[in-house]
Design a protein around this ligand. Structure first.
Ligand code: SF4
Length: 60
């Protein structure tokens, strides 16, 4: 699984609240830690669903 953040991100922190292992907020923008995606796939998908501006892109 690949997870990326688009420029639509507003740094709200919803993704890091759902999945703090993978998503971190840095200077009002979410960054992805790819090393923790494996094993956290479900909460990556949950974060993408809950992102208010649909800035999280998930690909297999
Ligand atoms: S939930 Fe979406 S808008 Fe909010 S910080 Fe995460 S990627 Fe950005």
């Amino acid at each position: 699984m690949r997870v990326s953040i688009s420029s639509k991100c507003v740094g709200c922190g919803v993704c890091s609240a759902i999945n703090p292992e993978v998503f971190e907020i840095s200077i009002n923008f979410a960054v992805v830690n790819p090393f923790y995606i494996t094993g956290n796939e479900e909460s990556c998908i949950d974060a993408a669903i809950e992102c208010p501006v649909k800035a999280i892109d998930i690909r297999e």
